[in-house]
Design a binder for this molecule. Structure first.
Ligand code: BV8
Length: 251
């Protein structure tokens, strides 16, 4: 670490190493969770202000809720959809999009269903827990308009239950998104994990699937951090901006 302190005495040495690893890695994968979006005013799930502090996830984000308590399921996801109106990506999302343009990262695998990476300009994004923006019938799979779900209408084709195209607890992840992310991680020299508690299976296994270096950026540090080469305790937006400043300085 002495090298980093000598060259950039005012910068946290982990930030210096992160910038250096990003610039020198042959292939890099970024894996994001809800903490990537909190600075765009979308609550995460498990923090003190997260969704799951207001409501028990077992009652809503499950196949059982969809089958057995549709009014609660529909109300919860309609609120989530409404809360996404007028939400924009932040500077951290834009830094990741610019790194894709500079060929510094290959793939983003995200647990987020909000579409903010794509909105910021990232093209190679795999949505591992689906997208809240797309609505379909749970019975016949027919796509539907978002407004039809928000207004609690049934499927116009079969009268079935409409739902957002997110992955509920107990459902399989989208095969293509999972395979593409896993393949990229297995080949990667560097995996950067941002804003996730890593509590949800199977995405929480992905950082173990690389033989490359690993960086974890998160607002709070928990016992998952022993799995990473570098741990940066900090907010996603500021940390990415700080790393980017060094990346651009030595580009
Ligand atoms: C499956 C729906 C195979 C979408 C969500 C018992 C033991 C182990 C596993 C299981 C078990 N019982 C069941 C399971 C499997 C289960 C699971 O993992 N359960 C756990 C929780 C016990 N998993 C599944 O069911 C998965 N499917 O396994 O399929 C299968 C299927 C059938 C039969 C056999 C096998 C499906 C999982 C899908 C879950 N879907 N929600 C939605 O509503 O949006 S969960 C929800 O959690 C979201 O999708 C979210 O993306 C995901 C992960 O959460 P995080 O993103 O990590 O968010 P979190 O709030 O936890 O953390 C945010 C972190 O960021 C915090 O640490 C915070 O400090 C930090 N932070 C906040 N702000 C910032 C920040 N950091 C930096 N900067 C900031 N600004």
């Amino acid at each position: 670490m002495a090298w980093a302190d000598r060259c950039f005495p005012d910068v946290n040495s982990n930030i210096v190493f992160a910038a250096n690893w990003i610039q020198t890695a042959g292939s890099t994968v970024v894996l994001t969770g809800a903490g990537m979006s909190t600075e765009s005013n979308i609550p995460d799930f498990r923090s003190s202000s997260g969704w799951w502090k207001q409501i028990d996830p077992r009652t809503v984000a499950t196949t059982e809720a969809l089958a057995g308590n549709y009014p609660l399921f529909q109300e919860f996801y309609a609120r989530r959809i409404e809360a996404l109106k007028d939400i924009d990506p932040h500077e951290g999302h834009r830094v990741l999009a610019s790194w894709e343009q500079l060929n510094l990262i290959d793939v983003i695998g995200t647990q987020n269903v909000d579409g903010l990476h794509a909105a910021a300009g990232s093209n190679n994004v795999h949505e591992l827990h689906g997208s809240i923006d797309k609505i379909r019938c749970d019975d016949c799979d027919m796509p539907a308009e978002k407004i039809a779900f928000v207004e609690n209408e049934a499927c116009f084709q079969c009268n079935g239950k409409l739902r957002p195209n997110v992955v509920l607890f107990g459902e399989m992840l989208p095969q293509k998104a999972w395979t593409k992310t896993l393949e990229a991680i297995e080949k990667a020299d560097l995996v950067i994990v941002i804003g996730t508690s890593l509590e949800v299976y199977p995405v929480n296994q992905l950082p173990n699937m690389t033989s490359g270096r690993t960086i974890y950026i998160n607002a709070e540090i928990s016992d998952v951090t022993h799995r990473f080469d570098i741990v940066i305790e900090g907010m996603a937006k500021l940390t990415l901006m700080e790393i980017n400043e060094l990346v651009l300085r030595s580009a």
